[in-house]
Design a protein around this ligand. Structure first.
Ligand code: SF4
Ligand code: SF4
Length: 341
């Protein structure tokens, strides 16, 4: 959450933003305008990648300030392009559209939350995997993770609906495993920022997968592959996720060779700007995939259904197999083959 008291107007955040060509002075000027509640050019240029948070040396959370002002002013092509989708999400959260689904599982096992995603947005057979055997499953617009609304000009959704979403998940009466990291971040970071108590235990998908892999070492065949990994923007809010994922990769016998676009320098999947600036989105995707191929990766691993969807066409165009993270586990379990085999 934006904290003006931590900002010394150094300008580091926007001076490093790869979507504008600012020096520190211009960057500080834009941040100051936003702090005063005024429009600034960055609102139009920002693709909501969250990187500036990592460039800010004081933890002031500049991307949150930018997202708030994008919503308030409407001065962002992302806001205009995604308005219809955001309205649909609002209807779902307020109970005017869609019905949440709870599919009961074993009494002693946790529930797997799909947030607002459709099951069809995950690879076919995901729920047939031994990885998720016996889990209760919950999904629907009422369980939306909310933090991703910043890509649609809906930053205020977190504050407005977080308590309701957490309350509905509490009503499921189980520990929750979040298959999408934005749900985890709502419980683990945003709820705390807003002073909302989370009355259930919860796990990130990567934590859950690690527990499973360590408990079932005999079921896994090491893959011995080189892969590249597509971080979604939500990784930038909580870097511990990278550490968990590195352990998962280690358990599965996959290696991430060094590449240009990784860590802080990772490229956005292009999803938030596909409707507002397709040319830039396609350029980002192509640079990203070429970089993955150049580092010797045999596949690109996605962890977010949106990244997975928007990278489907370009990865196939460049002949780079794309594998959703849960399918990588399924391959190691022998449930499905490596793509193309
Ligand atoms: S969120 Fe990304 S695109 Fe937006 S200002 Fe920050 S670094 Fe630039
Ligand atoms: S938000 Fe952080 S990086 Fe940006 S100007 Fe303020 S202190 Fe500097």
């Amino acid at each position: 959450m934006w904290d003006a008291s931590k900002c010394d107007l150094c300008g580091e955040c926007l001076a490093h933003c790869r979507y504008v060509d600012y020096d520190n002075e211009q960057a500080a000027r834009d941040i100051k305008l936003l702090m005063e509640g005024k429009e600034a050019d960055i609102l139009k240029a920002c693709i909501t990648c969250v990187s500036c948070n990592e460039y800010c040396p004081t933890g002031a959370d500049p991307s949150n300030l930018i997202f708030k002002m994008q919503e308030k002013t409407g001065a962002s092509p992302v806001v205009a392009a995604m308005k219809g989708f955001l309205d649909m999400m609002r209807d779902g959260l307020e109970g005017r559209k869609g019905v949440g689904q709870v599919i009961p599982g074993d009494p002693d096992k946790p529930a797997l939350s799909f947030d607002s995603f459709e099951f069809s947005q995950f690879p076919e057979g995901t729920l047939d995997s031994a990885l998720f055997k016996g889990l209760t499953v919950v999904r629907g617009p009422e369980y939306m993770s909310l933090v991703g609304c910043v890509h649609m000009g809906g930053e205020s959704f977190v504050e407005k609906y977080a308590r309701d979403v957490i309350g509905r998940l509490a009503d499921v009466g189980k520990d929750i495993v979040y298959i999408h990291n934005e749900g985890y971040l709502l419980a683990h970071l945003k709820a705390k920022e807003l002073g909302i108590e989370v009355p259930f235990r919860y796990q990130h998908l990567f934590e859950y997968m690690l527990d499973f892999l360590k408990a079932n070492p005999g079921s896994i065949t090491k893959l011995n592959k080189k892969i590249a990994y597509q971080a979604n923007c939500a990784i930038r809010w909580y870097r511990q996720q990278d550490t968990w994922l590195a352990e998962v990769f280690d358990q599965l016998g996959v290696e991430c060779p060094p590449r240009k676009y990784s860590g802080v320098d990772a490229l956005c999947c292009g999803g938030p700007i596909l409707g507002a600036n397709k040319e830039l989105a396609v350029d980002l995707q192509e640079r990203n995939i070429k970089d993955a191929l150049e580092c010797g990766a045999e596949a690109l691993i996605t962890i977010c259904p949106m990244c997975d969807m928007v990278l489907g066409r370009p990865t196939s165009q460049f002949g780079l197999p794309k594998i959703f993270i849960t399918d990588l586990v399924r391959i190691a379990l022998g449930e499905i083959p490596w793509p193309g085999q």
